[in-house]
Write a protein that binds this ligand. Structure first.
Ligand code: FES
Ligand code: MG
Length: 593
C-alpha cells in the first residue's frame, strides 16, 4: 500500500463501518451485501465508486455506456475500488418532449441527491447526448466529491451517396431541399437516417461533441477522451483507464473544486471558439460555473472567445465529421495548437492529476486539413458575439457559421459593414411559425428579420431549439436559404444558421422581445454588438406599460416546479435556488433510521 493510501478514511465508511452506530452500520451492510458485495469488500477500506449511467433504451445517444460499464468497472476494481453503477434520468435530445433541456436540471437534481445521500466516495460521470454532460458536471460541482467524465463518443461518420452526412446538419440541409422540391419525402428520410450509422452521439460538432470537448477542456476527463468514436477500441480502453483513474483521484482527494476554476472556464471558452462549438455551450458552462461558485458572465464569451480563430474543419462550421476529427488528434491537438499560441492557462489542474501544460506536451494537429494550425486557421475572430439592446440584455451570435453568402447579403453594405437594418416579422412560437411562414400577406422578403418568442426557459418550458427558422419556400426557391433570425429560444448545435438566440430575459417574463411588433424596423450592429428595435423610447415605454404577461399552462408537476425556479439562459438557465448549495459533500446527511 502506497503512503497516499495508508490510513485513508472514506466517506462511505460512515455508512458501512461506523463503530459509533453499529445498528445503522449493520443495516447499511446487510442490504448491499445481499446483492453482490461481501462484508469484507464493504468494510475493507476500499473506496466506493459510483458510475452514473446515462445510457438506456430511451437514451440511444448514450446507450454505448451500457456496454462500457464492464470496462469501467474492471478499471475501478483493478485500481482497488468498488464500483456501484446507478441509473440517471434519461435526457434524450431527439426523444424528449417538449424539450430535453427541461430535464437537464431534473437529472442534475437527481444526481445531487444520489451523490450526497449514498455511500459514494468518487464518481464516473458518463456523458454524451447534449444535456447529459452539463447535467452531470453541474451535479458533481454542487456535491464536490472526486468526479471524472467519460463520454460515449460520437457515432461513426454518416455517408449518403458518397458524401459525408452529419447528424442534424443534414436535417437542416434536407428540409431546404424538400422545400425546394428537389427531393421527395423518401429521399429526405434516407438522407437523415444515413447520418446515424452506429451507436454514439452526434458525429458533427453539435452540442454533444461540443460539450464533451468542453468537459475535456475544463479538465474533467482524461486527456484525449472526448473525440474517440463510440465503436472504436480506444473507447473501451478509455473506459478502463477512466475507471482506474477515479480511484486514484479519491486517494488524492482531487475534487471538482480543484479543477473547475476560473482559469478552466476561460480555457473552455477559447477551445469552444476554436472547435466551432455550439451556441448551447454558453448556458451550459454558465450553469456549471455557477454551481461550482465560479464567476462567469455571458459577456465573457465575447471578451475571451471572440478573437480566437476557428481551427476545426468539422460540420456545421466546416466539412468533416467525428472520425476525421479523432484521427487528426481530437481535442488535445486543438488545445496543443492553442497552448503554443499562448491562448490557454497551462497551469490549470485536471483530472489526470497534472495540469493542462503537462497533459498537452507534444500535442498538435496530425492532419492540418481537419485541424488547422493556429496561424493558418479556417477563419479568424470566430467566437461568439454577445449582443444587447432594447430587445434583450444578452443574445448570442455564432460568427463561425456566417457564410460568405449571408455576409454578402446582409452584412456588407459598403461603408456600413456589419450593420443591417430591416423589417421584423414576429412569430409567437414554432406552431405559429409553421402555420404562417408561407403566408404571402406577411410580406417576407430578403430584407426581413424573422423573430420567434415565448420559447425560452419559462415560456416553452425549457427553451426550445427553434430559432433557426427556415425562410418561406418561395424565397428558398429563389436561392435565399437563410434570413436573419432572432429569438428567446435556442437552436441545435448542429445548425449552420447564424441566428441571434438565447435572448435573455425572455419575452414571457417581460423581456424586450415581448414588445416587438411585426412591421417594426430593427437594426443589428455587429461592430457595436447591439441589436435594437427602432421604436421611439416613448412608444416602447407605452407598449411595455400596456403589456400583460401571457397565461402559462404547465402539463406536468416538474414543468411547474421548473418554471417557478428557473433563471434565464444568459445566467445558465439554472434552478436559481440550487446555486446557493455548494460543495455539499462536506456535510454528511443524517442516518436514515
Ligand atoms: Fe443526442 Fe445529438 S441528439 S447527441
Ligand atoms: Mg437539439
Amino acid at each position: 500500500m502506497s503512503d497516499t493510501r495508508a490510513n485513508k478514511r472514506f466517506r462511505s465508511q460512515e455508512w458501512f463501518d461506523n463503530p459509533n452506530n453499529p445498528g445503522m452500520t449493520a443495516l447499511y451492510v446487510e442490504r448491499y451485501q445481499n446483492q453482490a458485495f461481501t462484508r469484507e469488500e464493504l468494510q475493507g477500506e476500499k473506496p466506493i465508486i459510483g458510475i452514473a449511467n446515462t445510457g438506456s433504451d430511451l437514451a440511444p445517444c448514450n446507450k454505448i455506456h451500457v456496454f462500457l460499464m464492464d470496462r469501467i468497472k474492471a478499471g475501478i476494481r483493478e485500481a482497488g475500488g468498488i464500483p456501484m453503477e446507478f441509473p440517471v434520468h434519461p435526457i434524450q435530445e431527439t426523444g424528449k418532449r417538449p424539450t430535453a433541456a427541461l430535464d437537464r436540471n431534473l437529472a442534475y437534481l437527481s444526481l445531487v441527491e444520489v451523490l450526497h445521500g449514498y455511500p459514494i466516495d468518487g464518481v464516473v460521470l458518463t456523458t454524451g447526448c447534449d444535456k447529459t454532460t452539463p447535467a452531470m458536471l453541474m451535479g458533481a460541482a454542487t456535491v464536490d466529491i472526486p468526479a471524472i467524465g467519460l463520454n460515449g463518443g460520437p457515432m461513426l461518420d454518416g455517408w449518403w451517396k458518397g458524401k459525408r452526412a452529419g447528424s442534424g446538419t443534414i436535417v437542416w440541409e434536407s428540409r431546404r431541399l424538400l422545400a425546394e422540391g428537389k427531393i421527395d419525402y423518401e429521399e429526405f428520410m434516407g438522407r437523415v437516417c444515413s447520418s446515424a450509422p452506429s451507436l454514439g452521439h452526434c458525429n458533427t460538432m453539435g452540442t454533444a461533441s461540443t460539450m464533451n470537448a468542453m468537459s475535456e477542456a475544463l479538465g474533467m476527463t482524461l486527456t484525449g477522451s472526448s473525440a474517440i468514436p463510440a465503436p472504436f477500441r480506444e473507447r473501451m480502453a478509455m473506459a478502463y483507464e477512466t475507471g482506474q483513474r477515479i480511484v486514484e483521484m479519491v486517494y488524492e482527494d482531487l475534487k471538482p473544486s480543484d479543477i473547475l476554476t476560473r482559469e478552466a472556464f476561460e480555457n473552455a471558452i477559447v477551445v469552444n471558439s476554436a472547435i466551432g462549438g455550439s451556441t448551447n455551450a454558453p448556458p451550459h458552462l454558465q450553469a456549471i460555473a455557477r454551481h461550482a461558485g465560479v464567476e462567469l458572465n455571458v459577456k465573457d464569451w465575447e471578451t475571451i472567445g471572440f478573437d480566437v480563430p476557428l481551427l476545426v474543419n468539422m460540420q456545421p462550421a466546416g466539412e468533416y465529421l467525428g472520425e476525421s476529427f479523432f484521427r487528426a488528434g481530437g481535442v488535445p491537438a486543438v488545445m496543443g495548437e492553442l497552448m503554443s499560441a499562448g491562448r490557454l492557462h497551462a497551469g490549470a489542474m485536471t483530472a489526470t492529476g497534472n495540469n493542462v501544460g503537462v497533459n498537452l506536451a507534444g500535442c498538435d494537429s496530425l492532419d492540418t486539413e481537419v485541424i488547422k494550425r493556429y496561424d493558418a486557421p479556417m477563419r479568424r475572430n470566430a467566437g461568439f458575439k454577445v449582443l444587447s439592446g432594447n430587445l434583450f440584455d444578452s443574445a448570442l451570435m455564432k460568427t463561425s457559421v456566417i457564410s460568405e453568402d449571408f455576409r454578402k447579403r446582409f452584412l456588407s453594405e459598403p461603408g456600413n459593414e456589419g450593420v443591417f437594418e430591416a423589417r421584423a416579422v414576429v412569430f409567437e412560437g414554432p406552431e405559429d411559425y409553421h402555420d404562417r411562414i408561407n403566408d404571402e400577406s406577411l410580406g417576407i422578403d430578403e430584407r426581413t428579420v424573422l423573430f420567434i418568442r415565448n420559447v425560452g426557459c419559462v415560456g416553452y418550458p425549457g427553451s426550445a431549439e427553434v430559432v433557426n427558422m427556415q425562410p418561406p419556400d418561395a424565397l428558398i426557391k429563389a436561392g435565399i436559404t437563410h434570413l436573419p433570425t432572432v429569438g428567446d429560444g435556442r437552436q441545435s448545435g448542429t445548425s449552420e444558421s447564424p441566428s441571434i438566440l438565447n435572448a435573455s430575459p425572455e419575452s414571457v417574463v417581460g423581456g424586450g422581445l415581448a414588445f416587438l411588433q411585426t412591421g417594426d424596423r430593427v437594426r443589428l450592429d455587429l461592430n457595436a454588438s447591439r441589436m435594437d428595435a427602432l421604436v421611439s423610447d416613448e412608444d416602447w415605454a407605452a407598449r411595455q406599460a400596456a403589456w400583460e404577461a401571457p397565461e402559462i399552462v404547465s402539463q406536468t408537476p416538474w414543468e411547474e416546479i421548473y418554471r417557478t425556479h428557473v433563471g434565464q439562459l444568459g445566467d445558465g438557465g439554472c434552478l436559481e435556488l440550487a446555486t446557493a448549495y455548494q460543495r455539499i459533500a462536506k456535510d454528511l446527511p443524517r442516518d436514515n433510521h
